[in-house]
Design a protein around this ligand. Structure first.
Ligand SMILES: [Zn+2]
Length: 338
């Protein structure tokens, strides 16, 4: 296929044009989190011809994701494919002309520099403020623009951060905002709220990639698709005493106070205390005496009532059926190792 013919309708849009399309082809974009928001971001940017997408996600596909996570299908859920892997497969199928690099990893202070190295733009597809503050600290310290995006219930909010120019996430939310700590696991979510906010965020990424910075919205922009309430609060300027972008205290990058075990919602606990390469064949033989086990190239699933453990090749695990970290830790120690 003619590499630019497929983008002809986008090139016809004058602010993009052939020059913009070429810049987009040269763009290197990381998407952190590939659930509902990340799916839309990745899909729109891949179709638009963003030349390189790095997709980082720690989770695997489940049937309850399919209502809103538009890159995935029932086969992905049946296989419990890591979202990063499933997303990369879909993206290759919808645009083979671009590069998509999947990482089935949890973004942490220990790996953030490696995982976000060499990209021009970082996009937020996460579902938690812990990771967003980490992205903010990294992006502000490295001077890389990033786009915050969040949606819960019928409400979505987004803001584009240009380090050193506009407000950063810590300017606007010095601490985790109350009310936004609700998650789609507790408050539900409308797929249209996600699609709206991710569409705005992906367009901001396109403006950044083609150098149309004067068109960025420069606000904390929110919209509720159910009540129709909407707001745009100026975020054009940093807060003078901001910890991150003014005082340059990158506490989240330093990993201060970060728990080694994090809850990731939906009645589950993630264990990622240390790297422990796992041989799935050997682990399957070991675990089969204790419950049902199944694995593919990417994940091993182990069912032992009432728990379900999903193990990744580097030893990270998500244990479903409890929110008690002690229970999860002991299950992991007993069956994987301490
Ligand atoms: Zn700031």
């Amino acid at each position: 296929m003619d590499s630019f013919e497929r983008y002809s309708r986008q090139i016809l849009f004058a602010p993009v044009g052939m020059e913009g399309q070429k810049k987009l082809a040269a763009a290197r974009i990381a998407i952190v989190g590939c659930g509902a928001t990340g799916s839309v971001l990745a899909s729109l940017l891949a179709r638009a011809g963003a030349g390189y997408l790095r997709i980082i996600d720690r989770d695997y596909v489940e049937p309850s994701n399919l209502q809103r996570q538009v890159l995935f299908d029932e086969a992905d859920a049946a296989e419990s494919l890591p979202k990063a892997i499933a997303a990369a497969r879909k993206i290759c199928a919808l645009n083979s002309a671009i590069t998509c690099e999947p990482h089935a990893d949890d973004l942490t202070p220990a790996n953030v520099e490696e995982l976000l190295e060499g990209v021009d733009i970082v996009l937020d597809g996460t579902d938690n403020f812990e990771t967003r503050y980490l992205i903010n600290d990294f992006a502000v310290s490295a001077g890389i623009p990033w786009v915050y995006a969040a949606a819960v219930g019928s409400y979505g909010v987004t803001m584009t951060v240009l380090p050193g120019e506009t407000a950063c996430l810590a300017c606007v939310f010095p601490d985790s905002p109350q009310g936004l700590v609700e998650t789609c696991d507790t408050s539900g979510i409308l797929n249209s709220a996600v699609n709206l906010i991710a569409s705005i965020a992906s367009t901001e990424a396109m403006k950044l990639a083609i150098g149309a910075r004067d068109k960025l919205h420069q606000t904390l922009l929110s919209y509720d698709v159910w009540t129709n309430d909407h707001a745009a609060i100026s975020a054009a300027n940093p807060r003078s005493d901001c910890r991150a972008c003014q005082q340059r205290e990158f506490i989240h990058l330093a990993g201060e106070g970060r728990p080694h075990i994090t809850l990731c919602g939906r009645n589950s606990v993630q264990i990622h205390e240390r790297q422990r390469p796992v041989d799935f064949g050997e682990m399957t033989r070991r675990l089969s005496a204790h419950g049902n086990v199944r694995h593919n190239e990417f994940v091993l699933k182990f069912w032992r009532e009432p728990y379900e453990m999903t193990l990744f090749p580097d030893g990270r695990a998500i244990i479903k059926g409890t929110t008690d970290t002690a229970v999860a830790r002991s299950l992991y120690a007993r069956f994987v190792g301490s």
